[in-house]
Design a protein around this ligand. Structure first.
Ligand code: AMP
Ligand code: MG
Length: 410
């Protein structure tokens, strides 16, 4: 039997980050940047007004007050977007709007609220210090500044900066394309009537959703029944369009466990028993046909086993492909309010609910019984409580480490 660490290491070794691509900024959202983006110009690009008002030489209005306003001729009208700006002569004012270039010679902007708003001449009712309400060229970004470093996952905030400096595209690690299929002759699609002995396929939808949640472009291929030739044909048909294949079912020791049967014959996919519960039977390898060679994860069929296997092995591997530095879920320690038993020799991942008490201390309770078919408890869980191979029981009051199953890529 393999340890969880051994199998996880094999899963991570089976994948590598995809080759970077140039994407339009909006398509690069949530992708990891594959280049240092360095500023070539300044931000702001020119001295501009931060207020609607009047550009002046501050010395000309030094004596201005409500009782002793200073009158200046208005020699220009400068809306945002004006392309030519003449120097401001001494003793004059230019009406100026937020975002317009401040004329050479002007040293401050008097807000319109501190004037009479005049068009031909303006009465200034308040003195201003040098530089007031002027946004200096380069005060935000200077040429040569590293704006966003390689390895950063692009959020709307970094995209704002890249757009502001005029970048249209960014070089990023693309999202892996993931094809997900379920195996089992008992399975029917959601929405179809399930007759006696049939089971609705939860896994392909669940694993596709989980892969999308990580940030992959995941496609639900659907159900393949337990027929070795058909399964191989469907898998091979996915090879040219996928960077990762995920299957569920058919990897235990049953007579019709065709995934194991057909893929172990190829010699490039290995099947292991991993010392964990749920999720003991795992398969991993490369599926190759012609020029295409794609990592394949074959997960056990019980829905909870499939999901936990995804969390423990596939999600970190997909995050590696996405270029994420942190591969794993955040964990917390919480105090058990209820006990449960844990199998000796196996690491147990218990569907759990973590909450905080009135004093902000974290507590944890199982979300359901341990059966790997119990999806109701899975839906109610927000964490997986992780207990070690040596643990045989968790008692109320014990401190347990929990993986937090938060939504999204973080
Ligand atoms: P297997 O790993 O194929 O032996 O399946 C183990 C158990 O999980 C069986 O009870 C299957 O019916 C069930 N199962 C397998 N695949 C799925 C699926 N896609 N959705 C729901 N249950 C499944
Ligand atoms: Mg099966």
């Amino acid at each position: 039997m393999r340890t969880v660490e051994e199998h996880l290491a094999a899963c991570l070794a089976a994948v590598s980050p995809l080759a970077p691509v140039d994407l339009p900024l909006l398509d690069a959202l949530d992708c990891v940047l594959a280049e240092d983006v360095v500023a070539t110009g300044s931000l702001p690009a020119f001295d501009g007004s931060a207020m609607d008002g009047y550009a002046v030489r501050h010395g000309d209005v030094a004596s201005a007050s409500v009782d002793t306003p200073v009158s200046l001729p208005v020699v220009a009208d400068l809306p945002a977007g004006v392309r030519e700006v003449a120097p401001l002569a001494a003793g004059a004012a230019a009406r100026i709007m937020t975002g317009a270039p401040v004329p050479p010679g002007a040293t401050a902007v008097v807000p319109v609220e501190d004037t009479d708003g005049g068009v031909a001449t303006v009465l200034v009712r308040r003195a201003v210090r040098e530089g007031l309400h002027v946004r200096r060229a380069g005060e935000d970004v200077r040429p040569g500044t590293t704006l966003v470093s390689a390895g950063t996952r692009l959020s709307a905030r970094q995209i704002a900066l890249l757009a502001a400096v005029g970048r249209e595209r960014a070089r990023v690690l693309p999202a892996p394309r993931v094809a997900v299929l379920s195996t089992g002759s008992e399975l029917v699609d959601p929405g179809r009537p399930a007759g006696f002995g049939q089971v609705v396929d939860a896994n392909s939808t669940a694993l596709t959703a989980a892969a999308r949640d990580v940030g992959a472009h995941a496609t639900r291929v659907g159900i393949v029944d337990d027929d070795p030739q058909r399964l191989l044909a469907v898998l091979e048909g996915q090879l040219s369009g996928a960077d990762v294949l995920i299957t569920s079912g058919g990897v235990s020791a049953g007579a019709y466990d065709v995934v194991k049967e057909v893929l172990s014959r190829l010699g490039t996919v290995e099947f292991h028993r991993v010392a964990m519960q749920p999720g003991m039977p795992q398969g991993l390898g490369l599926l190759t046909r012609g020029p295409h060679s794609v990592p394949i994860f074959t997960l056990p069929g019980n829905p909870v086993s499939a999901y936990v296997s995804f969390e423990v092995f596939v999600r970190p591997a997909l995050r590696r492909m996405l270029g994420e530095a942190e591969l794993h879920r955040p964990t917390v320690v919480a105090t058990a309010t209820q006990g449960w038993s844990s199998p000796p020799g196996k690491r147990q991942f218990t569907r759990a609910v973590v909450s905080s008490d009135d004093d902000g201390r974290l507590r944890v309770r199982p979300a359901s019984g341990p059966g790997s078919h119990l999806v109701f408890g899975l839906a109610g869980a927000n964490a997986l409580a992780v207990t070690g191979e040596d643990t045989t029981s968790v008692e109320p009051g014990d401190v347990v480490r929990c993986m937090l199953l938060e939504r999204g890529r973080r």
